[in-house]
Write a protein that binds this ligand. Sequence first.
Ligand SMILES: CC(C)(COP(=O)(O)OP(=O)(O)OC[C@H]1O[C@@H](n2cnc3c(N)ncnc32)[C@H](O)[C@@H]1OP(=O)(O)O)[C@@H](O)C(=O)NCCC(=O)NCCS
Length: 176
Amino acid sequence: MPDSVVIRPARAEDDEAIDSVIRAAFARTEFGHQGEAELVRIIEANGDAIVSLVADQGGTIAGHVLFSRMDVETEGGALAAAGLAPVSVVPARQGQGIGDALIRAGLDALRGQGVAISFVLGHETYYPRFGYSPELAARFASPFAGPHFMAMMLDSNAAWPLGGRADYASAFDRLG
Ligand SMILES: CC(C)(COP(=O)(O)OP(=O)(O)OC[C@H]1O[C@@H](n2cnc3c(N)ncnc32)[C@H](O)[C@@H]1OP(=O)(O)O)[C@@H](O)C(=O)NCCC(=O)NCCS
């Protein structure tokens, strides 16, 4: 990642820049829609954002990651849980490690808040490098279940739950 890029918590005055970053990042994807920016606004408005970080390059926002509250039940009880979505880097800055740095910093922030488990719905070639596993997610009933649904214990020494249910924040209902 370029030295000039700093990962820091998002602030209220970043909202517009974050919106533009998400629109630019997703304009080129197979998702082919602009719904991710709206998703972030709804998650924030509902108070379901747990960690929101930006990649700040000399005052310009080059990337953003959001983790939102999830409702996760296991055989051992409820687990504090966070879903990673969306993560966005402006096209001109992709492939420089900014997405990587945003996700790793986000996972550290979740650990600091005592979150036990994180889920992601995404490319099976990208997220395993952070520790996400389709095998762990497959233990959970979810409307998003499938090969792209992955999970990780934030304490890598923690035992995997045997099974349970994993529900995203209500903003995701329209996507399920
Ligand atoms: C996905 C994304 C956030 C990654 O950020 P980035 O800063 O470009 O990624 P990094 O530089 O940290 O890592 C690059 C790696 O990601 C991989 N990668 C990037 N986008 C990918 C994608 N859509 N699918 C699979 N792998 C991808 C690259 O192949 C590269 O892999 P390598 O390290 O093995 O060469 C960014 O490419 C992006 O904004 N994409 C559009 C939005 C999107 O699809 N978001 C994810 C869905 S929520």
